[in-house]
Design a protein. Sequence first.
Length: 53
Amino acid sequence: MRPDETPDAPSLERRRLAEEKKNERMVWYYLAYFLFGIHIVAFVMIYAVMHAK
């Protein structure tokens, strides 16, 4: 260990990286759900227009 490092510095960095990775994964999940939802709405609208009298 270098003299300028505190003993908990590596664990803090590891914790920050894990949190950042989790946040990035959540952003991808929200994006996926958003795009999926848009497609469902679009298919329902197409169905409604095609079957309108």
